[in-house]
Structure formats: C-alpha cells, structure tokens
Ligand binder design. Structure first.
Ligand code: HPA
Length: 248
C-alpha cells in the first residue's frame, strides 16, 4: 500500500475513491488525523493530511512520529510520498514549479526526531547519506513524465522551523549552505521514515519565491502563494494518478 502525506494545499485527494477511515492511536500519540484508505486506479492508497483535515496543526507541532508510525505499522505502507510546499531559492524553482528533491539540510529544532530515545535500549543510528529513496524518486519522475508534467529532478531541501517565514538574510545563508528550496515539514519526516525502513520521497510544490527573491523581494504575498498552490496541486494529483497507474 502506498501512503501519501498531503501538505498545505492538499488536505484531500479528490481522485481517491475512499473505502474507509481509521482513527489510529500509536505509542507516540495521535497522528494528524484519521487515516483515509482508498484506491487510485488499481493501487491501494492511504492518505493523511499532515496539518490535519482542517489545516490546524502548524509545522513545528505536527506529530511526525505518530504519523509515520501509523502509516508504517497500522496501514503497512510500503512507501510514503510526501507532498510539500516550498519557497524557491534556486533560479529555476519559480512559483508553480514541481520538484523532486534529492537532498536535505535540517535546520529544525525541538521536534521529536527519533523513535529511539527511550533509553535503556542500545543506541540506534541510521544511514541517511541519501535521505530520499532512489527507487521511489525514480517512479515519481517517471509518473510526471507520463503525465506530461514538467518536474525538476533534484534539489536540496532546507527544512526550517517555522511557522514564520524566513528573513531575506536567512535565505542568503541557506543558499550559501547549498539549499535550493525551503520548507518547514521535510524533517524529521524523512528521517523517521528511514528509521522505520519505509521508502520515502517528496514532490515539492514551489508556492512562492523565498524571502528576498523574485517577487518576494520585499514581502511574500500570501494571496499569490495560495494561488500558486491551487494551480500546482491539480498537477500533483495528475502525477499521483500516473504513479498509481503504474504501481510497482
Ligand atoms: N519558506 C518556508 N516554507 C515554505 C515557504 C517558504 O518560503 N513557502 C512554502 N513553504
């Protein structure tokens, strides 16, 4: 079963034929909402809205551990596709662009970032050299190609704490660090998936130029951001449909 975590702009999957909803409790607390099970094409899918179905949970308060645990254990997900909005830093990552990042830099703090912190058990480290699953990335890129949707292959995702947006100077620093796009939810979601050994990849939707760039030179327009998300999510749904049509 494929899991999809929807972010801002994607609290429901219109193309999901829903079969049931399940409230799951986990040893790590409650997920962002009930798991929504259904089918897209001939693929079984479980969907979870990262910020809750009413979009009420800010990025730093998302219970990433409960979300990943529920998808991996209760739903037996064999892969997780994250849909996440980002600000574009690199020149080719203009608003409305879709991208499948290949690397992450984590600037978040104070989040519950591991399943292995209860003491008394041997310390666990996971390899995270390649934070995204190569095969799932490849499948996403293939689905986009079949859907005839332009998608950028690769990019470094900077995960910031939020919920405020960044200053222009912070974006300059992120760029110097090697970041191409910036979002608030990529971590610890990706590393928790790795701890559970569930393949994880992301489709990022560029909602705005990052602070200080392009038309965000002086301020980020939330109206424009919403508009970009609305348009791009239609394309994300098409990519997901094609991903499910060719389920491996
Ligand atoms: N910064 C951080 N997260 C975001 C942004 C941004 O500019 N746009 C959408 N998510």
């Amino acid at each position: 079963m494929l899991a999809i975590i929807g972010g801002s702009g994607l609290t429901q999957l219109a193309n999901l034929a829903v079969t049931r909803r399940e409230v799951v409790r986990t040893p790590f607390g409650e997920p962002s909402g009930a798991l929504t099970f259904g089918r897209i094409g001939c693929q079984d899918v479980v969907f979870l809205a990262r910020h809750g179905y009413g979009h009420t949970i800010p990025p730093h308060s998302v219970n990433y551990r409960a979300n990943l645990w529920a998808l991996a254990h209760a739903a037996q997900a064999t892969g997780v596709v994250s849909v996440a909005s980002v600000g574009g830093i690199r020149a080719d990552l203009a608003p409305r662009t879709l991208a499948v990042p290949h690397q992450i830099i984590d600037y978040t703090w104070g989040r519950n970032a591991t399943f292995h912190d209860n003491g008394g058990t041997p310390v666990v480290h996971v390899d995270f050299t390649e934070p995204y699953d190569q095969e799932l990335r490849r499948r996403l890129l293939g689905a986009a190609a079949r859907a005839e949707e332009m998608i950028v292959d690769g990019g470094v995702y900077a995960a910031t704490q939020g919920p405020r947006l960044e200053t222009a100077a912070e974006i300059n620093r992120l760029q110097q660090d090697g970041a191409d796009m910036v979002g608030m939810t990529g971590m610890p979601e990706a590393s928790l998936a790795r701890e559970l050994a569930v393949p994880y990849a992301a489709i990022c939707v560029v909602a705005n130029w990052a602070a200080g760039r392009g038309d965000s030179a002086r301020a980020i327009s939330f109206a424009a951001l919403e508009d970009a998300l609305l348009h791009a999510m239609v394309r994300v749904r098409r990519v997901i449909e094609h991903l499910c049509a060719n389920a491996a």
